[in-house]
Design a protein around this ligand. Structure first.
Ligand code: PLP
Length: 461
């Protein structure tokens, strides 16, 4: 097991397109990571623009056989302006999940007609804002929302393009909370789709462009995408003929997984959704095959988030202290020892850590054998604020010489981590750096200051 963790580390250093070793330090795109932590402090997210571009190119390549594909990056995965600008420069479109996310997309330079808008809760003022922006499509989540869109578009005398989100009733082998096409809160029942769509004919400003779904996030195999797309296509076909309408798009959502345990990793566990069996190509094949059985020319819209940015960031965290503790039984007998290493990042900085596997390496000693079992604790008061999924269950492996002041790197933290950060225990939200091209980097978000934390209470206390 120790051997497997080490051989995977060595394999990564030799073959990974982002990471390498230089002078015993971990580098990303040729930039020394411990040096970045020294310059900007920690915890620090380091995003790689080249990796974002490579991931997008992979998705584009996967859909090369369907020219009329619109890739909408799901900005919820990471909506830092500089990251959105990297995405925009590739020419793809974008997805937003609130009016404020739409505002972020606009601020990054996206045009209204490059944005699709999702969400189970869209307040009137959000819908009004969205309709004014003339978005590519609003994905309607309920009959009530459709009625609100009709009302607001009449008030504004403004056309609005919509897709109806349905639930295709397909399970996916991902985390329970990440399944969104089976007994989920999103979308409408298939059985209600016809009744809801029929009403659009009497809505003067509303254009029904297609159907929408989202199977789930980090879905490890292709079959749920194939099955759900078949359901969406069948439903669209039926609606077109019974309502005498013609759709111009089909939106199959996101969910392309990214590997958190790499295919080359022969350690324990998996394959599960941490070591997925598919990538963008298999997702595309499943979707395109099902759509082409219906129509070759229709716009296929996809909303990948995790696949675009997941592999594009590492989190650097400082090793602040360490201690040995005895694992006692209730009767006072000794069960063993625990070697605790305390980090300046806990679940405030990486909220997914309870369910998620991340490779953790000592970036300051990356070429040393990682063979010392340790537990990794975060800075929060909660007893539960320690990392759960290491190569040895709750234990991780670090070099024996690891010392206070070293910088650890958590890999593949680009999606949903920084977005979900909390300020619990008055821990500041992290800074972020973007590596633009090999060797060049800049700060794209500074660390939160104490003053920022008081901003919402200023003059009110
Ligand atoms: C409607 C919708 N589209 C796209 C996504 C992005 O999913 P992923 O990051 O797995 O690609 C989500 C994620 O929650 C979603 O709810």
């Amino acid at each position: 097991m120790h051997h497997d963790y080490d051989s995977q580390r060595q394999y990564t250093l030799q073959h990974d397109r982002r990471l390498s070793a230089g002078s015993g330090h971990l580098q990303c795109e040729g930039v020394d990571l411990p040096a970045l932590a020294a310059e900007f402090g920690s915890p620090l997210f380091v995003y790689s623009a080249p990796e974002i571009r490579r991931n997008i190119a992979e998705i584009q390549q996967a859909f090369a056989s369907h020219a009329n594909t619109r890739i909408c990056y799901a900005s919820k995965a990471c909506s830092l302006l500089a990251v959105l600008q990297v995405v925009r420069a590739t020419g793809i479109s974008i997805e937003a999940n609130s009016a404020n996310e739409i505002r972020r997309c606009l601020a990054a330079g996206f045009a209204g007609n490059e944005i699709v808008y999702n969400g189970v809760v869209k307040r009137d003022e959000e819908l009004e804002f969205a309709i004014r922006q003339q978005l590519h499509a609003i994905n309607v989540d309920s009959e009530q929302e459709l009625l609100a869109i009709d009302r607001i578009s009449r008030q504004l005398q403004t056309p609005v393009r919509i897709c109806l989100r349905v639930e295709p009733n397909v399970r996916a082998a991902t985390h329970e909370g990440l399944m969104t096409a089976f007994r989920a809160k999103s979308g409408v029942d298939l059985a209600d789709a016809e009744r809801i769509c029929r009403q659009v004919a009497a809505m003067p400003h509303v254009r029904l462009c297609g159907l929408h779904m989202h199977v789930g996030d980090q879905v490890p195999d292709a079959e749920p995408f194939a099955a759900a797309t078949r359901v969406l296509v069948e439903t669209a076909r039926r609606l077109e003929s019974t309502l005498n309408i013609r759709f111009d798009m089909i939106n199959v959502g996101g969910g392309i997984p990214t590997p958190y345990r790499y295919a080359s990793d022969r350690g324990l566990g998996g394959p599960d959704n941490m070591q997925p069996a598919i990538g963008a190509a298999e997702f595309a094949d499943a979707v395109i095959r099902a759509v082409h059985a219906w129509r070759q020319d229709i716009e296929i819209c996809i909303e990948p988030g995790r696949k675009v940015v997941g592999s594009a960031a590492v989190l650097l965290t400082g090793l602040v202290s360490g201690k040995r503790k005895t694992l006692l039984n209730e009767d006072g007998s000794v069960e063993g020892q625990v070697d605790w290493r305390m980090l300046d990042a806990g679940f405030n900085a990486i909220p997914d850590y309870k369910d998620w596997y991340f490779y953790v390496y000592n970036a300051s000693r990356i070429t040393d054998s990682h063979n010392q079992p340790v537990k990794l604790g975060g800075p929060l008061c909660d007893g539960g604020d320690y990392f759960r999924h290491g190569p040895l269950g709750e234990q991780f492996l670090l070099p024996e010489a690891s010392a206070v002041g070293d910088v650890l790197a958590f890999l593949d933290v680009g999606a949903y981590q920084l977005e979900n950060q909390t300020v619990y225990n008055a821990q500041p939200r992290s800074a972020a750096v973007l590596i633009e091209d090999a060797g060049h980097y800049r700060l794209i978000r500074r660390q939160e200051r104490f003053d920022d934390m008081l901003l919402l209470e200023r003059d009110l206390a």
